[in-house]
Unconditional design. Structure first.
Ligand SMILES: [Zn+2]
Length: 85
């Protein structure tokens, strides 16, 4: 996939925020300031969403793990398992 196909995460959130503020004006609510969000990133290796194939979240939304770290974890677990046959 080329860089052209990647969605600009912050830009997308900003557009959504602007649209929500327009709705707030219509309904008479106070518009809220835009807070630049951090793109989601792996809690283990620090790679952001655009750098990995998949990013899985835990039940607690603050912790995320990417597909690469899952593979590394699986390799470690495989090495720990006893080789009895
Ligand atoms: Zn990772």
């Amino acid at each position: 996939m080329s860089d052209d196909n990647k969605i600009d995460y912050v830009e997308a959130i900003f557009q959504l925020h602007e649209a929500t503020n327009k709705l707030r004006k219509i309904t008479g609510e106070e518009p809220k300031p835009f807070v630049k969000p951090k793109p989601p990133f792996c809690s283990f290796c620090g790679k952001c969403k655009n750098e990995v194939v998949a990013l899985l979240s835990s039940p607690s939304p603050e912790i995320l793990i990417c597909n690469e770290c899952i593979r590394k974890a699986q390799e470690i677990i495989d090495g720990m398992e006893p080789n009895e046959s």
